[in-house]
Design a protein around this ligand. Structure first.
Ligand code: ADP
Length: 278
């Protein structure tokens, strides 16, 4: 287990305390927790951001949506997280329709966004407690989890600082922590480690892997980092111009392309380098 930083070897203990005595309570064995069928999005300006994607995500799985900028990753995850209204097809999360039952869906999910808009005058602790209260936690439990989560994402010392004084990376980490406060069944993370330094990135990976392992949390993330997708994801869908080009486990993608790295597999399936395409 990678600790968040050199001075904090008790990362795993924090997670254990957060999760409590009910390991794997979020995992259900009822097949796919997310079902996506011919989902599409056409923005009012005519942009066809997502052009009929279909996939399933199993309970307790880490599922990665990989692709260059503009491929439709944020739009796809936004539709699943009820933040973007689909223009065609359908999707369900935990058996609930993301349009017709959006309120119920929202209770079961956490969402950490790329563009974080936080209240600059509030402190990190206040943000987390507020989120916890909105999800029905008692003040005491919200405060307990807020302290643990802030510690976990390396912001323990900054819990009482105003978020206006946070760096971009700190804002992203506090947003991630707030997405987890109610220990959601499914968590959606849009580019969770973008802009973080390698140490912070490794810590986020470790925390997510542990939450999945200990709690059976299902994690859907977008990324354009190959290494992240390869290390973290059980399965990956590579998207290009609103369509899924190929999907499978990192091993399957590499094997199919006779590639050693996911980067080579990506080149094989899309015919272009991700960094260049981005
Ligand atoms: P990615 O997350 O892979 O970078 P996005 O889902 O953000 O891709 O964007 C997919 C396409 O949709 C891009 O061409 C982008 O410019 C466009 N797009 C995204 N959001 C909007 C919006 N609110 N209105 C119009 N076009 C948008």
């Amino acid at each position: 287990m990678t600790s968040f930083d050199g001075e904090r070897p008790d990362h795993e203990a924090l997670l254990r305390e957060l999760v409590g005595s009910e390991p794997r309570r979020l995992r259900s064995d009822h097949g796919d927790v997310i079902v996506v069928e011919a989902l599409s999005k056409r923005y009012p300006n005519g942009t066809e951001a997502v052009r009929g994607v279909s996939f399933g995500v199993r309970s307790g799985e880490v599922f990665g949506i990989l692709g260059p900028n503009g491929a439709g990753k944020s739009t796809t995850i936004g539709m699943l997280g009820t933040l973007v209204l689909p223009s065609g097809g359908r999707a369900s999360v935990a058996g609930l329709d993301v349009v017709a039952q959006r309120r119920e869906v929202r209770r079961r999910i956490g969402f950490a966004m790329q563009e974080v808009g936080v209240d600059d005058l509030a402190t990190g602790r206040e943000l987390l407690v507020l989120h916890g209260r909105l999800h029905g936690l008692s003040r005491r439990e919200a405060a307990r989890r807020a302290a643990l989560l802030l510690e976990l994402v390396g912001l323990g010392e900054h819990a009482a600082a105003r978020m206006g004084d946070y760096s971009g990376g700190m804002k992203r980490r506090v947003d991630l922590a707030s997405a987890l406060i109610h220990l959601p069944q499914v968590v959606f993370l849009d580019e969770p480690t973008e802009g973080l330094d390698p140490r912070a990135r490794a810590a986020i990976w470790a925390a997510l892997a542990w939450l999945r392992e200990a709690l059976g949390m299902t994690i859907v993330l977008t990324t354009h980092y190959m290494e992240e997708a390869d290390r973290l994801c059980d399965r990956i869908a590579i998207v290009e111009r609103g369509r899924i080009v190929v999907s499978g486990t990192p091993q399957e993608l590499k094997r199919a392309a006779r590639a050693v790295t996911l980067e080579d597999a990506y080149l094989h399936s899309t015919g272009q380098a991700l960094e260049v395409a981005a």
